[in-house]
Every structure is written in C-alpha cells, then in structure tokens.
Ligand binder design. Sequence first.
Ligand code: HEC
Length: 120
Amino acid sequence: MLAVGALLTATVALAQDPDLARRQAEAAAEIAARAEEETVLAEGEGRSETFAYCTACHNTALIRRSAFTRDRWDDLMDWMVEKHGMNPIDGEFRTTIVDYLAQHYGPRARGPRGGNPFLD
Ligand code: HEC
C-alpha cells in the first residue's frame, strides 16, 4: 500500500514538477528497499531468534509498539499460529522468544508507568 500511495503521489506530482516526481520516486524506492536490521530490536538474549522468526510476515513495528505481559506474549504465540498460520513454536525456542519479548517489550519496560498511562 505504501508503494501504491507513493506511486500515486509521484504521478500527481509529475504533472506539476518533474524533478519533484523523480525525487519522490527515488525516495519510495529507497523505503521499499530498506530492510530492517536486527538492531531495531532491544539488545538482549533471544533477539536474534525473535528477529529471525518474527519478521517472516511483518516487520518489527508490531512488536516494538506492543507492551505485553509474559502471559500475553505467550498467548500471542498461539494466536499467531491459529489465526495467521505461523509455524508453531515450542520448547526452549519458545521460552527464549517469549522471555525476550516479555523482558524487553513488557508493560514495565518503557518507563515508570509501563508506557501505558491507563494502567496504573
Ligand atoms: C505466519 C506469519 C506471521 C509470523 C511468522 C508472525 N506473525 Fe505476528 N502477525 C501476523 C499477522 C497476519 C498479524 C496481524 C497483522 C495486522 O493485524 O495488521 C500479526 C500481528 C502481530 C502483532 C500485533 C498483535 C496485536 O494485537 O496488536 C504482534 C505483537 C505480533 N504479530 C508479534 C509477532 C511475534 C512476536 C512473532 C514471532 C514469534 C510474530 N508476530 C510472527 C503474522 C505473523
């Protein structure tokens, strides 16, 4: 959708200013090509596993904006399998990922009020 939007913008801009249109097209191509790196996630044990496993279908924005308890992250693993066709993860691998998520993207990880002003 982003690319389509950028294309539309570029097309509209083309009618007005060919140079602007070219720059917008270049910017759109750059955004599309920019792959996320593991380091967008918080440093810690389990980051590589989480990054590798969790970015097959979406980027890390969904993870980074979340602030879930360990239980909720654990439930999310099942939800992702049931609703979105993720390959099930179990055992130590699951523990590693869920621990990582809970520790770095838990309700307490983002500040004294857990990043959520409605929580406490
Ligand atoms: C097989 C594809 C797939 C894989 C692999 C996957 N997800 Fe997802 N995930 C989805 C889809 C589809 C959605 C729904 C996206 C939407 O609603 O826009 C989603 C949504 C989410 C959300 C948002 C949930 C909410 O309620 O806001 C989070 C957080 C998330 N995924 C985390 C993860 C984590 C962590 C992993 C790795 C363990 C992972 N995902 C792996 C497909 C996947």
